[in-house]
Design a protein around this ligand. Structure first.
Ligand SMILES: [Zn+2]
Length: 225
């Protein structure tokens, strides 16, 4: 069971006192999804990963801290629109606002993660269209991070595996397939290769659903071991 505690802080943007509910640190038991989403109980703590100042709308993992320039981003029309957009679940808006801050401050890798996390919120709410928008945004930001010489994951081939899942679940199947082909041509380590081959089958079946890393291991093709 996850116990709750509180974070009392002062918003770094507007100076208002805020109190946020945060869960105790949790780990995960079981396989991750192909897009790195952890299993429970960590999975369900996502609702507390990014917090929203109720006064000014600044969204951050710790609203008591702000990078230089963050306060200006909070005022941007695109930020204000996202904060209260009815097209997305409320908590997805919180993640997307945090993503916009990272993007505007020139940190596309972190912006991509925040957008992917927003997609997970949409998944939990059963909102398919906003989930696809969040994944498309995450995929675009991931590629922008590459252009800057940054990667989202430390594992070789990890970013490519993540990009395939973003594209497949966003319904961009042709693009996803192209990344699978390129990824396998790089002769990746076995886990990444297993994931790419599972993705290849899912794309062929036009399957846009959630699947786990454990499935990739299970469907390993003996001839390719
Ligand atoms: Zn504030």
């Amino acid at each position: 069971m996850t116990h709750l505690r509180y974070l009392n802080t002062t918003c770094a943007v507007c100076g208002e006192s805020c109190r946020f509910t945060i869960p105790e640190a949790a780990s995960s038991v079981g396989s991750r999804d192909l897009d790195t989403r952890p299993a429970e109980p960590l999975r369900s703590t996502i609702y507390a990963w990014v917090k929203r100042c109720p006064s000014c709308g600044y969204c951050a993992p710790d609203p008591g801290k702000a990078r230089r320039g963050a306060a200006d981003v909070v005022k941007l029309p695109r930020y204000r629109w996202q904060l209260d957009s009815r097209k997305f679940p409320r908590i997805a808006n919180t993640f997307l606002c945090w993503s916009i801050i990272q993007e505007e401050l020139g940190i596309p890798a972190q912006a991509a993660w925040a957008s992917l996390h927003a997609a997970w919120i949409c998944d939990d709410e059963g909102d398919d269209v906003p989930a696809r928008i969040c994944r498309t945004r995450a995929a675009d930001l991931l590629r922008r991070a590459w252009e800057q010489g940054e990667r989202l994951t430390s594992q070789p081939g990890g970013d490519e595996a993540l990009l395939v899942d973003l594209l497949r679940r966003a319904g961009r199947l042709r693009e996803a397939r192209a990344v699978v082909v390129e990824g396998l041509e790089q002769n990746p380590q076995s886990l990444i290769a297993d994931i790419m081959r599972l993705q290849d089958r899912l794309i062929a079946a036009r399957d846009r659903g959630v699947h786990t890393v454990a499935e990739a291991r299970r469907f390993k093709q003996p001839t390719l071991l």
